[in-house]
Write a protein that binds this ligand. Structure first.
Ligand code: SAH
Length: 263
């Protein structure tokens, strides 16, 4: 049989959030390629070889996966969440573009998964009911000036902002800096969500004000998705549980009017 490559989204954690199509791709694979902790989530199976690699070696992992598929293997490259969101699908296509021209005849399929911001939004209520965007705070692959320029632009546009990769041991201050920037455009009581390990046994959802979030930035970690509300985003208090957070679908004020005089 000729080889093929499927880039599979595992979803945010629990198996019930894995699509049947993603599960089928995992069942059919002879070779599973990915970052170790993601591969650990795929049960071992006779006839399937796992190729674990480190987090930072996405391009060489993609080269390896393409070479395996070119040699006739049924390869599944695994990613947490959705494989196209700050994850392996882009690395595979980058490797394909710069790699052996023969690789272009390999059938490549991307199997979508539930991305972290959708799982987090569902837990919180409906914070993504209006316009929103996603930004990775990691400056491993782009300069910090690019991150801040984009943040300023989307804050001025009054979008709900989902921050992936908010903080790590090597990047301890970026989340605090991003929230300080947000405070120049948003009210101090704007809702900010810290959604950690959503769907897993150690999940937590905290709904804070922007002022609290600035103080608490150090409590976020690599498994946290941070969501900053837009001007219209609101909280509905309830007893014994975090408030619901939602963004109404209708908008009446122009974003320019919202941000003017506060920048
Ligand atoms: N492809 C993944 C994102 C990879 S970037 C996806 O679509 O979800 C890794 C970042 O995703 C983490 O730093 C965190 O911000 C977020 N993340 C991944 N899984 C998460 C989960 N279960 N709960 C909250 N955030 C998560």
């Amino acid at each position: 049989m000729s080889g093929q490559l499927t880039i599979v989204g595992l979803g945010p954690g629990p198996d019930r959030w894995l699509t049947p199509a993603a599960q089928a791709a995992l069942n059919d694979a002879t070779d599973l390629v990915g970052y170790g902790p993601y591969l650990d989530r795929v049960p071992a199976r006779a006839g399937a070889t796992k190729h674990a690699s480190d987090n930072r070696v996405e391009l060489s992992r993609a080269d390896h996966a393409l070479a395996l598929a070119a040699s006739g293997r049924q390869v599944a490259v695994v990613s947490g969440g959705d494989p196209g969101v700050f994850a392996m699908a882009a690395a595979v296509f980058e490797a394909l573009e710069g790699g052996d021209p023969a690789w272009r005849s390999i059938p490549i399929t991307v199997e979508p998964g539930i991305t972290a911001m959708l799982a987090a939004a569902a837990k919180a209520g409906a914070p993504l009911g209006g316009d929103f965007c996603a930004i990775s705070l990691s400056d491993n692959l782009k300069p910090w000036e690019v991150v801040t320029a984009r943040l300023v632009a989307v804050l001025a546009a009054d979008l709900v902002i989902c921050l992936y990769n908010p903080i790590s041991k090597a990047r301890p201050w970026q989340l605090g800096a991003a929230l300080e920037l947000a405070a120049q455009h948003r009210a101090a009581d704007a809702p900010v969500i810290f959604a950690r390990a959503i769907g897993r046994s150690d999940e937590s959802l905290r709904v804070l004000t922007l002022a609290e979030a600035i103080r608490e930035a150090g409590t976020a970690d690599m498994a946290t998705l941070v969501m900053i509300g837009a001007a219209a985003t609101r909280m509905i208090a309830r007893d014994g549980a975090p408030p619901y957070v939602y963004t109404p679908r209708s908008v009446t004020k122009s974003p320019c009017a919202t941000s003017q005089g506060r920048t």
